[in-house]
Design a protein around this ligand. Sequence first.
Ligand code: NAD
Length: 326
Amino acid sequence: MLDSPSRVVVTGAAGFIGSHLCERLLADGHQVAGVDSLSDYYERERKYENLEVARAHANFTLEESDMVETDLARVVRGASVVFHLAGQPGVRPSWGSHFDRYVHDNIVATQRLLEALREVPVQRLVFASSSSVYGNAEMFPTKETALPRPVSPYGMTKLAAEHLAFVYMRNFGIPATSIRYFTVYGPRQRPDMAFHRFMEALVDEQEIEIYGDGEQTREFTYVSDAVDGTVKAASADVVGQIVNLGGGSRVTVNRVLDTLEDISRMKPRRRYLPAAPGDPRHTGASINVAREKLEWEPRVSLRDGLTKQWEWFLATSAKRPRVTPT
Ligand SMILES: NC(=O)c1ccc[n+]([C@@H]2O[C@H](COP(=O)([O-])OP(=O)(O)OC[C@H]3O[C@@H](n4cnc5c(N)ncnc54)[C@H](O)[C@@H]3O)[C@@H](O)[C@H]2O)c1
């Protein structure tokens, strides 16, 4: 499907993962139409910076609009593949009245896209779902067939969007695939995510705040690996299927901090806070489906990936004011 140069759409193009995906698709010779509302969940300035490389490319366009408001049929016309990454991420802020935004950006925006795809068919829709749909899984590594039981409102909205995509597939033949990312990290990581916050605290010589006892485990996935799996999901025989994209190993948050100390040669003070509601104790991906169906394998080790993020952080942090997202 993406063997030859094509026109593709990337929603959430200005975000952390979306901007890396755009660069990869442009490098592969495709014409990339990005859509992004440049939501203010974190500074819009960062999102413009995320797109610096893509915007300099002649084959890139950006439509700055909310997917719920814009004419998506016009946006997707002529595209072979739509990568749907736009959404409101973040587990911890998804309670209370913020929930409305999760419904809007994760569920309603997805439904509007699916309606547009009824009108203007494409060859593949790749939806960026999340390990958060599993909640506290019963088995590790967790297979795609595990019963999803989210423990956060965020995870619930991602699961709802996954189901919506398959509802439209069953009724209208939309060729949808869901990929479930497991904690993605690397340069441009969102400022609310743990590694980014840890690095910010290190540079500012502040205490590092950890939710819980730090013995919770996560499957961390380097962004170029996540992007590679995403691109492969557009061409592989996975319509109607769910594919986990995990970095290959489960690590405790305390171990990550040990590695970061080693890389940065700094010894941060750690402050342990109560575990946050909605955070699962562990996540861990079975990646056999991705291996078999996508011929995909994560390539970047946690140490190498963390080093790259640290170098990026040092190179870019000095020029930026600190803003804590709500
Ligand atoms: N980063 C991770 O570890 C991770 C893990 C699992 C799943 N995901 C999913 O991957 C996707 C990308 O995550 P990210 O970390 O790059 O987040 P991000 O916030 O950096 O990117 C999401 C982008 O979507 C845009 N957006 C939100 N609502 C929109 C709307 N209604 N219309 C148009 N654009 C809209 C935002 O402005 C933002 O630029 C999200 O859907 C997220 O749920 C991410």
